[in-house]
Design a protein around this ligand. Structure first.
Ligand code: PLP
Length: 400
């Protein structure tokens, strides 16, 4: 006998991975070059050269024998100090080594926050559309999910909708900017409005409402858009960061939770987060990649191909008559399905060997997500297939 809930989770996998596996099977039949997979958020550009330089240096230097050993559970002290210095330089964050808990990426960072904060009966608010795994992480921490839609025109935070859904059981609000899947970046005024609301409601309820800021795409932005430093806008913010996307290290598993010094009950929150990590088998983040994080914090891979793809897709798809949200960041584009059943639209695209998921699993029915962290040639090949779809749906091409 096994846990039925866990068995089901293991048996299903998320829709992007299901498409990814399908793409691999299909490639064996029609050739990999003919399957245009735009499903998975797997960075296609190499890490900045400094990543491999640091690895080489560490492996040939005085630390070579010790670098594969255990570190402190919360992360090596020197590494945490260097990341804190980088954050202070870039964001005037005023943070210290002891505010950082190094994790195996953003996913376990989020899990540690939910589990560390959740008391019986607590709920966490998520803004739809949201990264599919939040629900699993929150429920896994024994808490419940409250879904609140983003403004369906701008995909920014709808402060009135957040207010309407707040009550004393809401322990925290999860935000993700730059956002997966919409690509929007919340501007400072939008975050300030949320902060003012949370401060007012925290005072009314006599307990802090935490903001959990999930930021794996922080450095992936276009046209110089500002990504505000969220703890400077709202003091009770836990930052979950990952080096997976910005420096293209998703398989190496490295990130952190930052519990900023101004956080109410700072020490208790930090200990609860670290304790929650321990409870889910965290020993320490990979020690070699802690060194990489220390040396490369704030760097970003070459974004040229993402930028080219983003412009090409947005311009072409809107010209074909598709409705798209213009991404300010990430490497995703959210597009309205031309038929109410977005899963059916995604299946139609599959028939053309064009793979992208519908966003019902992001709690955003009626849309699809196109991941353009792929070589520019793949996007070029995809354009005529999108044009074919536009034709099939009788969309009206827009004239410039
Ligand atoms: N949060 C968001 C919004 C994501 O899109 C992802 C991965 O795609 C994660 C968290 C998890 O990232 P990591 O690889 O750091 O665990």
């Amino acid at each position: 006998m096994v846990s039925e809930a866990m068995r089901q989770l293991g048996a299903t996998g998320n829709p992007m991975r299901v498409l990814f596996e399908y793409g691999k099977k299909r490639a064996a039949v029609v050739g990999a070059e003919n399957v245009l997979d735009l499903a998975l958020g797997n960075p296609s550009v190499p890490p900045p050269p400094q990543v491999n330089d640091v690895i080489r240096e560490v492996l040939s230097g005085p630390m070579a024998d010790s670098v594969h050993g255990y570190t402190s559970a919360v992360g090596d002290l020197d590494v945490r100090s260097r990341i804190a210095i980088s954050l202070n330089r870039r964001f005037s964050a005023g943070c210290r080594a002891e505010d950082l808990f190094l994790t195996c990426g953003a996913a376990p960072a989020l899990c540690a926050c939910f589990k560390g904060l959740a008391c019986p009966g607590d709920r966490f608010m998520v803004i739809t559309p949201y990264f599919t795994e939040y629900r699993i992480f929150i429920q896994g921490a024994g808490a419940e999910v409250v879904e609140v839609p983003a403004d369906r025109r701008t995909f920014l935070l709808d402060i009135d909708a957040v207010e309407a859904a707040l009550d004393p059981s809401v322990k925290g609000v999860v935000i993700n900017s730059p956002n997966n899947p919409s690509g929007v970046v919340y501007p400072r005024e939008n975050l300030e409005a949320l902060a003012n609301l949370l401060r007012r409601k925290s005072a009314e309820y006599g307990a802090p409402i935490y903001l959990i800021s999930d930021e794996p795409y922080r450095e992936i932005v276009y046209d110089g858009v500002e990504v505000p430093w969220v703890p400077s806008v709202y003091e009770n913010t836990l930052v979950c960061y990952s080096y997976s996307k910005a420096i293209s290290l998703p398989g190496e598993r490295i990130g952190y939770v930052l519990v900023p010094p101004a956080m109410e009950d700072h020490d208790a929150v930090f200990q609860a987060v670290a304790g929650a990590g321990r409870c889910t088998g965290h020993i320490n983040a990979p020690s070699l990649f802690q060194q990489v994080a220390a040396a490369c914090d704030g760097m970003v891979s070459d974004l040229t191909s993402y930028t080219v793809n983003r412009n090409r897709l947005y311009d072409s798809l809107t010209a074909m008559g598709f409705e798209c949200v213009k991404p300010d960041g990430t490497f995703y584009l959210l597009m309205k399905s031309p038929e109410p059943d977005a899963a059916a639209f995604s299946r139609r695209a599959m028939e053309l060997d064009l793979l992208f998921p519908d966003t019902s699993s992001f709690s955003c029915p009626g849309f699809v997500r196109i991941a353009y962290c792929v070589p520019v040639e793949r996007v070029e090949k995809a354009i005529p297939r999108f044009a074919r779809l536009a034709e099939l749906y009788g969309l009206k091409a827009r004239t410039a």
